[in-house]
Design a protein around this ligand. Structure first.
Ligand code: PBG
Length: 333
């Protein structure tokens, strides 16, 4: 495409099309729809529970019955899928995160209940051990090191249990090497060949996950940081290698995470592979917008919509977001 304007001022006035709302609609290059959103939902044990998360104003931990209501609401709003994450009490955590493999754990019970009541919603499951380990890491911790291959074996079992419970998309967020291929083989062997994999392919070691750690009960307990497995924020070529590997191992789609600080990575990944590419607008991004809005420092609704269209503009097919329901409501007017 020749990007040199054919005409110049005063014949060409780029303000001309911006003058009216109807005209701005015609000229709009990108569009956000409720169908572009995956709603991130935090689960908690119990019944009738809607427990506010201090660092994420407007987001509550939901018991299974409340998550079913959220799923119904999502369908009504045109949101195609929910991404579920479990809060786990310290007492239910263990060194190896055994609860991850329990076919009757909170995630699996929620999937069964939601699929029972709302069969048409897509359900995405995070695969990683961090909600279940007593040290808050995503894998098996041995002598201060996260053991890759043993962790992958457990992740495969976790993924198989989640798929059996009714999850449609398995989303490994652990950043172990080789996990996508292993999970694909495990799902196929278990008869879940139609369950998709969304790889957290380019996932960075980020400060923006802070509120999430509170949300799932990992905040106080994480020992050290996740830099030996999550990516270095200084790197971009490495993201391309990560995505190439995950696609080669059979990922149906890939994700970049966090979202807004990594829009350049979304664009590069989309241009390089043309594969379905999703952004995760993580807890810290949500919290920043909410906190500033609560202080009347920014217009929260406008900042929400502007942050979401940025992902579409960068090339993302869709966005995982805690804002999904609010944004879908705003889009419905
Ligand atoms: C765990 C996981 C994290 C998030 C999703 N899955 C946190 C982490 O890696 O420490 C972050 C989500 C968010 O911040 O909203 N593997």
């Amino acid at each position: 495409m020749n990007k040199t304007p054919l005409a110049r001022y005063p014949n060409l006035r780029l303000r001309r099309p911006r003058a009216f709302s109807w005209s701005r609609e015609l000229y709009a290059e990108h569009h956000l729809r409720p169908q572009d959103l995956i709603w991130a939902v935090i689960l908690k044990n119990g019944n009738g529970v809607r427990e506010p998360i201090a660092a994420m104003p407007g987001v509550c931990r939901l018991s299974v019955d409340q998550a079913v209501l959220a799923a119904k609401e999502a369908v009504g709003l045109g949101i195609p899928a929910l991404a579920l994450f479990p809060y786990t009490d310290t007492k239910d955590r263990s060194p190896n995160g055994d609860e991850a493999l329990n076919a009757d754990n909170l995630m699996c019970r929620a999937a069964r209940a939601i699929k029972d009541a709302v069969p048409d919603i897509g359900l995405m499951a995070d695969v990683a051990l961090d909600p279940y380990t007593d040290h808050g890491h995503d894998g098996i911790l041995k002598d201060g090191e996260i053991i890759n291959d043993r962790t992958v074996e457990l992740l495969v079992q976790q993924a198989v249990a989640e798929a059996k419970a009714g999850f449609d998309i398995i989303a490994p967020s652990d950043m172990m090497d080789g996990r996508v291929g292993a999970i694909r083989a495990g799902l196929d062997a278990a008869g879940s060949e139609n369950v998709q994999i969304m790889a957290y392919a380019a996932k960075y070691a980020s400060a923006f996950y802070g509120p999430y750690r509170e949300a799932i009960g990992s905040a106080g307990i994480l020992k050290g940081d996740k830099r030996t497995y999550q990516m270095d924020p200084r790197n971009s070529d490495e993201a391309i290698r990560e995505v190439a590997l995950d696609l080669a191992e059979g990922a149906d789609c890939v994700m970049v995470k966090p979202g807004m600080p990594y829009l350049d990575i979304i664009r590069r990944v989309k241009d390089e592979f043309g594969a379905p590419t999703f952004a995760f607008q993580v807890s810290g991004e949500y919290a920043m917008i909410k906190a500033a809005a609560q202080n009347d420092w920014i217009d929260g609704d406008r900042a929400m919509m502007e942050s979401l269209i940025a992902f579409k503009r960068a090339g993302a097919n869709g966005v995982i977001s805690y804002f999904a329901a609010d944004a879908a409501k705003a889009l419905q007017g």
